[in-house]
Design a protein around this ligand. Structure first.
Ligand SMILES: Cc1cc2nc3c(=O)[nH]c(=O)nc-3n(C[C@H](O)[C@H](O)[C@H](O)COP(=O)(O)OP(=O)(O)OC[C@H]3O[C@@H](n4cnc5c(N)ncnc54)[C@H](O)[C@@H]3O)c2cc1C
Length: 427
């Protein structure tokens, strides 16, 4: 039996630009229906339409020259089903808001991205991930979703049903997600230990050991020398705490840090091993502050785990091109999954992420250079960040791409949601 545990406000981006400010949405009309029936009418009436979440993507994946629709006006309830160990939540609710409700009720999600500000439907649609060798991306927690399809039909898909594995990381191409049912588990606590100056040679030698040491590990590097700048080790309190002293040659930080060393640590989650709720340690950034640098572009390429060291060495080989346009890079691990368009589909994955300076013209040639050196490793670009590889080349890296196209054609036979989606990547 589902129990109503609370309502939250569900913010959406109505500003006409994405969070980073590099995309001005071209939509002729914007809709914010307040009931599912209204949403069904909006969908049935539209010629070309896309859904928008909190607009934290860095490319045109959420753009449309026709209509844009947000589900932030729908009643954003959160219903926990303790017996099924699930929560059903409105698609526009932010992870940070859901997490506070879950924690208060004694529950947790398995993982979070680096920021809690993003909407659940938007994050799931792009395969947003955190880190951890045993942690699938956030979409792997989805057990069911309810969506309004192109013709205005309300459809529910549950895990195990035909097409479900194609419908979760769906890039907004199958329909507009009204609510999502996610797996939950008992709440847990996490301690965050930051280490500095991990020698690159030790990383390369002991890559797997370093990554699997904690529940979630993030490495931050500026590719500027023989060391990785910072390692953020997020350990559950049921894992042993690291003994004091150096670790693989890295030294424990003596105060809280921001991944970009020159920035204040106030907007980051608590460090120095202080135990705290899962949702106040797994993201790097606190909900009430601007995440990351705030003035930036981002790209990320997800490569098979077995090629991690070779791929990192290849990127390091062009560090002189990267350094002038980079703020910081982050390396994370993601467990393999079964979701057709997930960048971790059937492969243990390492994400090589770049936070760039906010200068598209200067950044794009460097993104292309990174893609060129990573090409031998068949990188899958993060769907919501900047890339330049043509979509048909990206599609070739997904075994179930054609199955996904067939699924999209059943829910959206006229291509209402698919217009212009093939040229979104570089913004
Ligand atoms: C500072 C910052 C840090 C980030 N950190 C991470 C990170 O740690 N890990 C990571 O993987 N990514 C990260 N990202 C990327 C981000 O998680 C993705 O871009 C995510 O998709 C953003 O969610 P959103 O709600 O803003 O979606 P939007 O950008 O609004 O939309 C993204 C996609 O979702 C679709 N969509 C939105 N709502 C719906 C709906 N109701 N139904 C159907 N489709 C919908 C849109 O059509 C579009 O295709 C970060 C981004 C920023 C700005």
């Amino acid at each position: 039996m589902a129990c109503e545990t609370g309502r939250v406000t569900a913010p959406s981006n109505d500003a006409g630009r994405n969070w980073a400010g590099n995309i001005t949405f071209r939509a002729a009309r914007r809709h914010r229906p307040s009931t599912v029936d209204e949403l069904r009418t909006v969908m049935a009436d539209a010629e070309h339409i896309r859904a928008i979440g909190t607009a934290h993507s860095f490319n045109r994946i959420a753009d449309s020259t026709g209509d844009l629709v947000s589900v932030a006006g729908l009643r954003p309830s959160i219903a926990i089903d303790a017996k099924a160990a699930t929560v059903t939540v409105g698609g526009a609710v932010r992870y940070g808001d859901l997490a506070s409700h879950l924690y208060a009720a004694g529950y947790a999600l398995h993982n979070l991205g680096s920021l809690p500000h993003i909407s659940i439907a938007g994050a799931v649609a792009t395969g947003t991930h955190g880190s951890g060798d045993r942690n699938g991306n956030l979409a792997t927690a989805v057990r069911a979703l309810r969506m309004v399809t192109a013709d205005g039909d309300l459809v529910t898909l549950r895990r195990g049903e035909a097409g479900f594995d194609g419908a979760v990381v769906a890039l907004g191409l199958l329909g507009v997600v009204v609510d999502v049912t996610l797996a939950i588990e008992p709440a847990f606590e996490v301690r965050q230990f930051v280490f500095e100056r991990l020698p690159w040679s030790r990383l390369v030698e002991s890559f797997d050991e370093i990554l699997r040491d904690a529940y979630s590990t993030s490495l931050f590097t500026s590719w500027s020398g023989p060391v990785v700048d910072q390692v953020w080790r997020k350990k559950r309190t049921d894992e042993p705490a690291p003994p004091g002293g150096d670790w693989f040659g890295a030294v424990p930080a003596t105060g809280p840090l921001h991944p970009i060393r020159s920035m204040p640590a106030d907007n980051c989650t608590a460090q120095l091993g202080a135990p705290g709720p899962w949702h106040e340690r797994l993201p790097h950034f606190r909900l009430e502050f601007t995440p990351s640098a705030g003035d930036e572009l981002q790209s990320e390429f997800l490569v098979p785990r077995e090629h991690a060291v070779a791929a990192l060495t290849a990127v390091d080989g062009i560090r002189d091109r990267i350094a002038p346009v980079l703020q910081i890079s982050e390396l994370r691990s993601v467990a393999a999954d079964e979701l057709w368009l997930s960048p971790s589909y059937r492969r243990e994955t390492i994400g090589i992420h770049f936070t760039w300076i906010p200068d598209t013209a200067a950044v794009l040639p460097v993104v292309a250079a990174v893609e060129e050196v990573l090409a031998p490793f068949a990188p899958r670009p993060h769907w919501g960040k900047i890339f330049t590889t043509p979509l048909d080349a990206v599609a070739a890296r997904y075994e179930r791409w054609d199955d996904f196209q067939r699924l999209a054609a059943t829910y959206d036979p006229g291509g209402k949601l698919r217009s212009q989606y093939d040229a979104w990547q570089s913004g």
